[in-house]
Design a protein around this ligand. Sequence first.
Ligand code: SF4
Length: 302
Amino acid sequence: MTYQYIFGPVASRRFGMSLGIDLSPDKKRCNFDCIYCELEKAKPVESYDNPPSADEIFEEIKKGVNLYEFDVLTITSNGEPTLYPHLNELIDKLKTLNKKLLILSNSSTIDKKEIQNTLKKLDIVKLSLDSANEKTFKKIDRPYKNILLQNIIKGMKEFRKLYKGELIIEILVVKGINDKVEEFQALNKVLAEIKPDRVDISTIDRPPAYNVEGVKIDRLFELAEYIKNQHIFIPTRENINYKIENLTKEELLNTLKKRPFSQSDVENILDERTQKIFNDLIKENLLEEVWVGGIKFYKAYI
Ligand code: SF4
């Protein structure tokens, strides 16, 4: 059977096995025109034209859900899923399936009360925040004309207060645009106020809509040093040269108090000696395991 609205399941590095729901399968409908978009360039739009009914989408999902094994049902779109006008109704229907629900949003509508009330019903909400600087935001995300970064940030803080699920903020780094230390210092300040559960830092992975490039994976680890006291996850397939080397037990414990390591950090960035110390810390029960959005982190008890 061919499906129109569901795809996968796909093994996502960030969320585990994910069965995707595409709310705009026929064309791109987005209020951003990001320079790094994997879809074609398209003028940003304000709303969703010719939306299918929530019933039509749900009927298909109900069939697909029983056929596959997956960890999370991911609401996404060829564009921005929160533009779909029947999202609230659809989410109410999806809740009856008793599956873990995730949405991948560009954050553009998070300042709207009705969107906040809709998204708060989900288990995981991923919002993008590529910069804390209005000018850089416009350069990277090329939003529809009335969308302002300051409203998005205000909306994220409001949403955090009423949302009990896992809030993940994603930063996508583009070479020469938001790959500067000052950008990350500014993001650090804003993230401390938003208080997400996890911060994902990634770069361009597939051919982008515009002529721009990603940065080396090591640069992501360097920039991550400026984001303090957050669970940071850097998904990667590349070899990593960035290393944390020769830490003493105290130094490693101190680092893990400020910056919990994901399982992939432990395997990829600790040198052999520091990994041994890490294993000793586990044996001595000095580290706590925390799962955030399907990723395991280790942090030191404070
Ligand atoms: S928000 Fe997503 S779909 Fe929209 S332009 Fe940006 S990357 Fe593409």
